[in-house]
Ligand binder design. Structure first.
Ligand code: PLP
Length: 398
């Protein structure tokens, strides 16, 4: 047998995956998937868009396209980002196959085996696997309700060797922690980064999904700052807004970083799906996005409220959870001595499933916590599912 590469050797099927196999039984109420609700997809709008496309544009959709993206979509996405205050003119935009590919590109061009990457704890599991696949050394820093904890981040930035190359953050409706960074934390963080030799990778997959218009200010990206203290690579995605099956995201990066990313993408997939890029361009250009986002905000607000009420009414004392202001997730904290794996097994037996905390710990340890996604579950099932978990927890606490 030919020996696998070092990075392939480092890949492991986790115990979590084995556990999740138990969760495939029919009729389980699942709070696992960080995905939109199927009924919310804009199928009618996309049908209409496709029907009305000129034949030559339909044909373009079936063809390979330029690596940085279908030119009309690059322009319409730039406009979308410009409206968020992002500096699209000083930077370059590359359309990626989901924002996971944007994270992958930045990791690929910077991370050699052993290079240190600072992440939050908990952190998005997809990014953890990307950094692991390049054999980066993960250095997680805890978050509180306002964002990454700065004194701990300072230690990770200054006192360790080798110096970290990437700081990866998901400040807006965090997956899985459910938080949004406060303005104060963001500005102190940017101050702290002055003079450091590091890339800030700012992952904004959910920022448009705030529940209250007033909170839209909280999701102003750090990349909008006039003078970047360090190079900021900003990524966003169409997955949580229009649909993950499109596999479209983008990366806004300084020109030198963009150039390397373009080269790296050429060897990954040559271009992202032209077909879905054509459709999304029309969706944006025909001004269908803002009304559609309004509808989503309202729907996810309702789902989050149903889940919060169910938690409030059913969870035993000593259990706490985040109150989301947007996005898809609630992060539940169990008492120190409890293990979410025990709870998961009992909940699955009762008919409900969620994702245990250590899935999102870059070091795979902390497990007295778990993630509930309210985005995908049918509204009428949320309360019942939360009750099952709460009852399982009460039995374990006896
Ligand atoms: C924080 C975060 N970033 C990035 C992604 C990747 O999404 P996609 O590759 O579908 O754009 C996800 C998906 O769950 C996410 O939660």
């Amino acid at each position: 047998m030919i020996k696998f590469s070092q990075s392939a050797e480092a890949m492991r099927s986790s115990a979590i995956r084995e556990l999740m196999k138990l969760a495939s039984a029919p009729n389980l109420i699942t709070f696992t998937g960080g995905m939109p609700n199927n009924e919310l997809f804009p199928t009618e709008e996309i049908d209409e868009i496709y029907q009305n496309l000129p034949l030559d544009v339909k044909r373009t959709g079936f063809q390979y396209g330029p690596t940085p993206g279908y030119p009309p979509l690059r322009e319409s996405l730039k406009e979308f980002l410009r409206q968020k205050g992002l500096p699209v003119d000083r930077n370059e935009l590359i359309i990626t196959t989901g924002s996971l590919q944007a994270i992958n590109l930045v990791a690929k061009i910077f991370i050699d085996p052993g290079d240190r990457v600072i992440t939050e704890n908990p952190a998005f599991i997809g990014a953890i696997s990307v950094f692991n696949s390049y054999m980066g050394q993960l250095d997680p820093v805890d978050v509180d309700e306002e964002g990454i904890i700065l004194p701990d981040l300072e230690k990770a930035l200054d006192n360790k060797s080798p110096a970290a190359k990437i700081l990866y953050l998901t400040p807006y409706f965090h997956n899985p922690a459910g938080i949004v960074y406060s303005q104060k934390r963001k500005s102190e963080l940017l101050d702290m980064l002055k003079g450091k030799n590091i890339i800030l990778l700012e992952d904004d997959a959910y920022g448009e999904l705030y529940f209250d218009k007033k909170d839209s200010e909280l999701t102003t990206p750090m990349k909008t700052i006039q003078e970047e203290p360090v190079p900021i690579c900003y990524t966003t995605s169409l997955s949580k807004y229009v649909g993950p099956g499109l596999r479209l995201g983008c990366l806004l990066a300084p020109p030198d970083i963009y150039e390397k990313c373009e080269l790296a993408k050429q060897s990954m997939d040559a271009c992202s799906s032209t077909f879905t890029q054509v459709l999304v361009h029309e969706f944006l250009a025909q001004n269908k996005m803002s009304g559609y986002l309004e509808k989503l905000r309202n729907e996810y607000l309702q789902r989050s409220q149903i889940m919060l009420t169910a938690l409030q009414e059913n969870m035993p004392e000593k259990v706490t959870w985040t109150k989301p202001r947007g996005g898809f997730y609630i992060w539940v904290q169990l008492p120190e001595n409890m293990d979410a794996t025990d709870l998961l097994k009992k909940s699955i037996a009762g008919g409900a499933v969620f994702v245990i905390g250590k899935t999102f710990d870059p070091l795979g340890k902390k497990n007295n916590c778990f993630r509930l996604a309210f985005s995908h579950t049918p509204k009428e099932k949320i309360e019942e599912g939360v009750k099952i978990i709460a009852n399982a927890l009460k039995e374990l606490m006896i």
